[in-house]
Design a protein around this ligand. Structure first.
Ligand SMILES: Cc1ncc(COP(=O)(O)O)c(C=O)c1O
Length: 393
């Protein structure tokens, strides 16, 4: 047999570095409270922003769609997997986003992997934000375009890179997370839009953490900045605020038409299941008719973040409900997360290198619309007790 001892070495290294993450297994549906290891715990780390992952109306829509269309799409979209509800969802997403057209993928990660290599290739250039999500980075790698990374939030750096390198590519693309998932701050989309026009560059924004959070009724980052029609492509996921599964890009008719011919997850991976498609349509319907969940999410986030700041905790410069409590050292962060879980019944995962820079490990606390004030106060008290017990300053 081939020697596989390198695997033990790698795992031991992760353990020694405090980067071996315990995977907790949920034994209940997703929500403010979940069951893990037979015990109910307070869930403070999901992306289920609006609580839609277990919404009865959505569950019914999923069951009805399964009754009508079955559980699987049976093929890739371009062969026999495109069902009427895929088309309906695409129209719904385009209208929700105020874009001409949309293409649905099987996930947000696949939307990035599939779309970016269609927009740019080896004769082109990409300007990419330093803190972009891993799926954007992988999408860029697959494109083979030349990549220039600009510093986090620095429009001076972006402009100087565009000035120096734009002409190296036939086509150019600037790509950024809308909301930075590990910090919660918001990209200066208006300024990027002005620069991209000046330097003849396409603009692609990943709105995974903006949907259901920013803009009118949670329409997302482009709506938040009032830039409809000025950003070539808005990408998003259905797996966070929308509570389900899948991803999309929205843009002009001709861009989406080209993606249908060229995007590899559309051509080479089976279509999103009909149940998921129907669930997402219902989520959008709920968001369109009522913004109370979005409001509740923000109320909860403000209460929680004020509570942490008042108690002297170090948060990032978050501007959204994402509430990263920066601890610093990787091992201490894991210890605090374990303390919260074991002693306080609070599920709050640690985020360590390489997801964030070394020495900036954190616990990313995620309030949602379905948390009560009592849940949030309990979290604040538990963090205070935990950091005291573990001597974390
Ligand atoms: C910014 C960003 N983009 C893309 C994704 C991928 O989305 P999905 O989970 O739907 O694959 C995520 C989720 O982790 C994300 O945070």
């Amino acid at each position: 047999m081939t020697d596989l001892s390198w695997i033990d070495d790698e795992i031991n290294q992760l353990k020694n570095d405090g980067r071996y993450i315990p995977i907790r297994i949920l034994e209940s549906s997703q929500g403010a409270h979940v069951r893990i290891e037979g015990r109910e715990v307070l869930n403070m780390c999901s992306n289920n922003y609006l609580g839609l992952a277990n919404n009865p109306e959505i569950k019914k829509a999923v069951v009805d769609a399964i009754e009508e269309y079955g559980v699987g799409a049976g093929a890739v979209r371009s062969i026999a997997g495109t069902m009427k509800i895929h088309e309906e969802l695409e129209e719904k997403v385009a209208s929700f986003k105020h874009m001409e057209s949309a293409l649905v993928y099987q996930g947000g990660l696949l939307a990035n992997l599939g779309t970016i290599p269609v927009l740019v290739g080896k004769e082109d250039v990409i300007f990419s934000e330093e803190l972009n999500h891993a799926s954007i980075i992988d999408g860029m790698r697959l494109s083979s375009a030349k990549k220039y990374v600009y510093s986090h939030m620095s429009m001076d750096d972006l402009e100087s890179k565009m000035k120096e390198h734009r002409k190296e590519g036939k086509r150019a693309l600037v790509v950024t997370d809308g909301v930075f998932s590990m910090d919660g701050d918001i990209a200066p989309v208006k300024e990027i839009q002005e620069l991209k026009d000046r330097y003849d560059t396409m603009f692609y924004v990943d709105d995974a953490h903006g949907e259901g959070v920013l803009g009118k009724n949670g329409r997302g980052i482009v709506d938040h900045f009032g830039l409809q029609g000025k950003v070539e492509l808005e990408m998003g996921t259905f797996s966070k605020a929308l509570g389900s599964m899948g991803g999309f890009v929205a843009g002009s008719h001709k861009l989406i038409d080209l993606l249908r011919q060229r995007a590899r997850p559309f051509l080479f991976s089976s279509a999103l299941n009909p149940g998921d498609v129907a669930g997402v349509m219902k989520s959008i319907e709920i968001m369109e008719r009522d913004d109370s969940l979005v409001k509740k999410l923000w109320d909860n986030a403000q209460f929680l973040q004020k509570g942490f700041r008042d108690r002297g905790f170090r948060l990032t410069t978050t501007k959204t409900p994402i509430t990263p409590v920066v601890i610093g050292e990787e091992k201490k962060t894991l210890e605090l997360s374990n303390y919260l879980y074991k002693n306080e019944g609070i599920f709050a995962s640690p985020i360590v290198f390489p997801t964030v820079a070394r020495g900036l490990a954190r616990i990313r606390v995620m309030p949602s619309a379905v948390h009560s004030r009592e849940d949030l106060s309990r979290t604040l008290d538990a963090f205070e007790r935990g950091t005291k017990a573990l001597n974390i300053h």
